[in-house]
Design a protein around this ligand. Structure first.
Ligand SMILES: NC(=O)c1ccc[n+]([C@@H]2O[C@H](COP(=O)([O-])OP(=O)(O)OC[C@H]3O[C@@H](n4cnc5c(N)ncnc54)[C@H](OP(=O)(O)O)[C@@H]3O)[C@@H](O)[C@H]2O)c1
Length: 405
């Protein structure tokens, strides 16, 4: 479309920066940022803070109306009210304004109501309820709209959301730590830390950015992991695992019998389940064989801090693990999980790789050899996307070539 004004990259980049502030809080919604510009000055900023709450455009408009210090200064100089300024401003937003009544009223309607004459959009919203309707709504009343502005950079910030929309599953990050000679751990049942403190902190910072974190049955039994983000401030992810053949169940029953504990829960037994995964300190989800679902009721009823925090989800068994991986993703999609980190072990990671159910791989590599044990998965055909050194350890990142928008 012909436009009478030249949008400036700086303002859209600021919108991207603002969008990132919503990371970890808005999924499965997209992280969106917005700035409002009057005569080359940013007079309002906003981003989507929390799932279900006001969108970026509305927050940016409210920051002008509040008004903020810049608006007050311009008002002093020009005598223009915040409403007057909006009627002469350009709104930069990283995603097409919505056109439908969802949890909040349509942003396109708000922009029109405020009389904002120009809108610059980076990416269209693939949500079938929007999908071009927001831009159409604006143009129909004469708002000048520039689309596809810094679109590639925009797509990068929306990669979780776009994957969720296009593939009807969460964005999947496979992450593992390997020794210099390529092993994940020594032998079965012997937990060992592969990387040092810096990479553990980095890993916890990754965990707060995603909705859920998953490990395989053997990892639950071998490592008894907490699967939280205790070394980094932020939202704790949903922790996810599976017990398709009752191995975890058997372990718990054996533990209770050996320790003379009854299998009927009572308040005195709070905290006496042997695995941290069931400590009910964090939202937790366990996939089980649908034919054995009832056998897990006693774990749900086991006393803990928050019994509502444990969810047992039955799935149909398949002998093919990649198919099971797809079933977990379907189950997590139903739970509105927009992104997932799969943290091992080797078997679970391999099933996501073989089924091509992944978008990104992050490999932590230490400088020490293990000399044997569980071999780390091989990196499939992918696009190397960067690496960083932390002391004598490394992080390499790869993207799935097929899935890059
Ligand atoms: N270095 C690291 O980053 C890292 C991370 C995590 C774990 N580890 C280590 O890895 C070891 C465990 O790895 P692992 O390969 O033996 O086990 P795992 O991947 O943790 O668990 C595999 C088990 O999970 C169940 N499972 C259910 N669905 C599956 C699916 N779609 N794909 C694969 N497995 C599925 C199967 O149990 P059923 O047969 O009962 O169905 C399978 O035997 C431990 O020693 C742990 O310390 C290392």
């Amino acid at each position: 479309m012909q436009t009478s004004f030249q949008p400036q990259e700086l303002f859209m980049r600021r919108a991207f920066e603002l969008a990132a502030l919503g990371r970890g809080h808005v999924s499965p919604n997209p992280m969106v940022g917005c700035v409002i510009v009057y005569e080359g000055k940013i007079i309002g900023e906003g981003f989507h803070h929390q799932y279900g709450e006001a969108h970026a455009e509305v927050n940016a408009i409210h920051s002008v109306l509040a008004p903020n210090a810049t608006v007050s200064m311009i008002r002093k100089e020009t005598g223009l009210s915040p409403e007057d300024l909006l009627r002469q401003s350009t709104l930069y937003v990283s995603l097409e304004p919505c056109s439908h009544y969802g949890k909040t009223p349509p942003c396109a309607k708000k922009i029109i109501e405020m009389g904002i004459p120009r809108v610059v959009v980076s990416c269209g919203d693939p949500n079938p309820e929007v999908n071009g309707q927001g831009i159409k709504m604006l143009r129909e009343v004469g708002v000048e709209v520039v689309e596809h502005f810094l679109e590639e950079e925009g797509q990068e910030t929306f990669r979780r959301f776009f994957t969720h929309m296009a593939k009807h599953r969460p964005y999947v990050i496979l992450k593992w730590a390997q020794s210099a000679d390529g092993y994940l751990s020594r032998s079965q049942g012997k937990p060992c830390l592969i990387t040092g403190k810096s990479l553990q902190v980095l890993n916890h910072s990754y965990r707060v950015e995603e909705d859920a974190i998953m490990v395989g049955t053997e990892t639950i039994l071998a490592d008894n992991p907490r699967l939280n983000a205790r070394m980094f401030r932020g939202k704790q992810p949903l922790r996810v695992s599976m017990d398709l053949h009752g191995k975890i169940l058997k372990y718990i029953h054996t533990y209770l019998t050996e320790n003379g504990l009854p299998s009927t829960p009572s308040p005195e037994l709070a905290g006496k389940l042997p695995l941290r995964f069931f400590d009910k300190t964090q939202q937790t989800l366990l996939f089980v064989d649908m034919n054995r679902r009832d056998e897990y009721r006693f774990i749900e009823e086991w006393p803990g801090n928050g019994s509502e925090k444990l969810k047992i989800v039955p799935v149909k068994l398949s002998t093919a693990w990649p198919e099971m991986a797809a079933a977990y993703l379907k189950g997590l999609q139903k739970e509105r999980i927009g992104s997932l980190i799969v943290e091992g072990g080797a078997a679970l990671l391999q099933s996501f790789i073989v089924g091509d159910h992944w978008d990104e791989i992050r490999v932590f590599t230490s400088n020490k050899d293990l000399g044997g044990g569980y071999a780390a998965p091989r990196i499939p055909a992918s696009q190397p996307c960067g690496f960083e050194q932390f002391g004598s350890e490394w992080v390499h990142i790869y993207r799935n070539k097929q899935h890059i928008p």
